[in-house]
Structures are given as C-alpha cells and as structure tokens.
Design a protein around this ligand. Structure first.
Ligand SMILES: Nc1ncnc2c1ncn2[C@@H]1O[C@H](COP(=O)(O)O)[C@@H](OP(=O)(O)O)[C@H]1O
Ligand SMILES: [Mg+2]
Length: 424
C-alpha cells in the first residue's frame, strides 16, 4: 500500500514525479500519495448502479497546454494553466453529471453527487494551478471549503471524492501524482482567500449553475485571475454548451457537439475553442444596434432573477424575442460569441452577488468587445473581497451600441417598480 506522505524536496528527488516532472512543477502545499496507487473505480451508489454509463469523449486538459494565443501577454503562463485546470475539472464534472442524470438521483433530492463534483472540481483546479504556476504566492477565492467533509459521518463521501479526483488525474495522465485524503481537504481549503485590492488572487466557481448541473442542463467551471483588484484573465468551461450558436434554442442543445471553453486575457481579446482541444478562435459580441432585433439572456431559475423587471426592460427596449433562459455564466460566454445581444440579471432584494459568479464571465464579454456594468452603469468592482459589495441593484451586459438605451430602460423599469404599490 502506498505510504501517505507530504511532498518534500527529498521525496521529489526520489519519486516518479522527479523523473517525469510536469512543466515548471512546484511543491504542493498539501500531502500527496506517491508513488501512484492502483485506482479503484468510483464507489458512489449511483455509479455502481450504472453498469453501462454513456461515456462521451473526455475533455483534453493536455491539449490545453499548447502555447496560448496571448503568448506576448504577461499572463500567458497563467492563461495556459487556467485552461488546463478548467478542462480537467470539466472532465470530472462531466463524469459525475452523466452518472447523476442516468441514475435519476436528482428526483430523490440527493445532493451528494453535486457536492462530490463541486469539491472535485475545486481540488483539480487548485492542484493544476499549484503545479503549473510557479511565480508568486498562491491565493484563491473559491466557493467551497472542507468544513462539512471534516465532520463525523463524512468519511464515505471524502473517500468518494478522493477516488474521483485521483481517477480523473490518472485518466488524463498529465500529472503523475495522487492526493491523500488530507491532501484533498487541504486543496479544497486553498480557496479560502478573502481576495481584495492588492496582489494576485485566483477566483473560482467550481460548478456555477449547480441547479442546471443537477437538471442535466447548463453549468460552467469559472476561473479568473485578479491582479491589483482587476480581472485580468478569465476561463469558462461549459461542458453542455453547443459549439455552434444557441440562438433561438432557449439554451437547449441543437444536437451538435457540446463542450465549449471560453477564455480572455486583458488587452488580448476573447477566444473560444472546444473543450476537447480545438485551436482557439477569436470571438466578438454581436453588432446589433436596434433592440427590436435583439434577444436577451436571463437565469433559468426564476428565484435568481426578478422577471417582472427584466420583462419590463425588454418591453421598453422593444425586444421582440422571448427571453433565452440558461443557467450559469454560460450566458456570458454565449453573449461574448454573439448568440444573443443582452444579459439581464436582477436578483431579488437582499441577495449579495459573489465575485466568482461574474469574474470570468465579465472579462470574456468585455474582451469580446462588450460592456458589463451594474444597473447604474458602473463597472463591477472585484476588489472588495468575496462579494461584489457596492453593486447597484443588478448586472447588465451588452454591446457598445445597445448599452445607452439599455441603461435608460433599466432606470425607467427600476423607478416604476419602486413606485408600484407594495403587494402587502
Ligand atoms: N437568490 C439568488 N439570487 C441570485 N443569484 C443567486 C441566488 N441564489 C443563488 N444564486 C447564484 O446564482 C448562481 C447561478 O447563476 P444563474 O442564475 O445565472 O444560473 C449560483 O451559483 P452556484 O450554482 O455556483 O451556486 C448562485 O451563486
Ligand atoms: Mg455560481
């Protein structure tokens, strides 16, 4: 049986990792298992009940190590690492979602597989970034922490997560490394940073659109980098988004190939490629300047968005098309490649937006030539910690031509809502 060890210099010198070092390998801050153990299959009840899982082509984290288009940018190494991390996490999420959908777990309201995928995605992203990005100290603001997994009774789920992560790493083959359970917990907790206005911080939503994930719908792995309080890089992995436009499909697949990776670096534009590693192509927002021809995206979940407000804005603009409702930051990605013209997000009163729900998506849109602001037209401020603190009411995104009339319609709709008599 493999011994549980920390990854020290001495171990690196004698391990298979030292003989086959990944590019720019750095010491991990959490314990690993070396050498690689023999992998057991995932032990979830859902998996064992499913002898013949439909396996799609796995997403290729390896292919994401190709030199990025933004090779001249100061964030080129970070972009390559971020793409690789998101592609690997997407692979794990896809495996879990296939089991989840086929085993009908969602109808039993069993949240376990979701949790497994959330944690697994966060662990893999942390691991890849730690292995691939050597400069500076590591700070990550991410959605999950290990508190629940450290409680009594969580042993089985922790074992399941450990198996799933190690299995995904072994299948990919880029890293000759395996994590112990303590390493798994530490990797999750590497996302506890508070972020802020100085230094560099990774920002991660390991599964954005959890409800879509459970439904078998859209979700995203969203990773961004903050530098001195500004988003400088973003990567969005959308495993269920069609490679071709979702115009008029209301978020559903047209039957085409799915699995899209959006990426953007500040000053270098935005790109799209398939999650299985096709060459990146530049994208831009649509050039529609008459709102009558525009369509708009909003959350699939009614509880996340005041549809009376978004409906009123659309009406004031003269938008004819029905709303396109999809989960997660896949909306930002779809907007960035011109599938639709406007994204409207107006959470119910009291909800505080988290930075990981918008950091990656917003830079993909702005680098594709679009604008993302709050309801008053102010830029989003990612420098205030884990939440978007000073946000005025809602978030809107569109192209430069439509933004002035959109903001005017937003102000009118909000004013009307505030003046309307209370239903109580
Ligand atoms: N009441 C609410 N209002 C607005 N957003 C909410 C919300 N409750 C949860 N969310 C956020 O909305 C995200 C999903 O976005 P969308 O509505 O665009 O699909 C969730 O991300 P997670 O799924 O990562 O928790 C969560 O952060
Ligand atoms: Mg989210």
């Amino acid at each position: 049986m493999a011994a549980r060890v920390g990854l020290s210099h001495a171990l690196l010198a004698s391990s298979s990792l030292a003989r086959n070092p990944p590019p720019r390998a750095r010491l991990l801050p959490y314990p690993t298992l070396l050498p690689l153990p023999t992998y057991r299959r995932s032990v979830s009840a859902s998996a064992s009940a499913l002898p013949s899982l439909r396996r799609r082509r796995p997403f290729a984290a390896r292919a994401m190590s190709q030199p990025p288009e933004a090779a001249g940018s100061p964030y080129a190494a970070e972009l390559a690492a971020a793409k690789k991390a998101v592609a690997l996490a997407a692979r794990l999420c896809q495996t879990v979602q296939q089991e989840l959908v086929q085993s009908d777990v969602q109808s039993k309201a069993d949240k376990t597989p979701v949790t497994v995928a959330d944690y697994g995605s966060q662990i893999l992203v942390s691991l890849v970034l730690n292995m691939e990005v050597t400069s500076g100290s590591f700070s990550m603001v991410a959605e999950e922490d290990s508190e629940d997994l450290r409680k009594e009774g969580a042993e089985e789920i922790l074992e399941h997560i450990t198996d799933l992560v190690n299995e995904t790493l072994a299948e990919d083959g880029s890293f000759n490394i395996s994590l112990s359970q303590e390493g798994i917990l530490s990797a999750i907790d590497s996302g506890k940073s508070e972020g802020g206005p100085s230094g560099r911080h990774w920002v991660l939503d390991p599964i954005d659109g959890t409800k879509g994930f459970v439904r078998g719908g859209q979700y995203a792995i969203a990773l961004a980098l903050l530098d001195e309080g500004k988003v400088v890089l973003g990567v969005l992995g959308c495993p269920n988004l069609p490679l071709t436009s979702i115009c008029n499909l209301n978020g559903n697949s047209s039957g085409d190939q799915t699995g899209v990776l959006f990426s953007a670096t500040i000053g270098c534009g935005a790109e799209v490629q398939s999650l299985d590693g096709s060459p990146p192509q530049k994208i831009s927002v649509c050039s529609i300047d008459n709102p009558v021809n525009a369509s708009f995206f909003e959350s699939y979940e009614g509880a996340h968005n005041m549809r009376d407000v978004t409906g009123s804005i659309a009406e004031k603009l003269g938008v004819q098309a029905p709303p396109v409702r999809i989960d997660s930051q896949a909306k930002y990605g779809a907007l960035a490649r011109g599938d639709g013209a406007i994204y409207l997000r107006f959470p119910h009163k009291g909800y505080k937006e988290k930075i990981w729900d918008h950091a990656a998506g917003s830079i993909v849109v702005t680098e594709a030539g679009g604008i993302v602001t709050d309801a008053s037209g102010k830029d989003l401020d990612f420098s205030k910690g884990r939440c978007l603190d000073d946000l005025d009411t809602g978030i809107v995104a569109t192209n430069k031509q439509l933004m002035p009339s959109l903001l005017k319609a937003v102000q009118e709709a909000i004013k009307e809502k505030n003046q309307a008599p209370s239903p109580l």
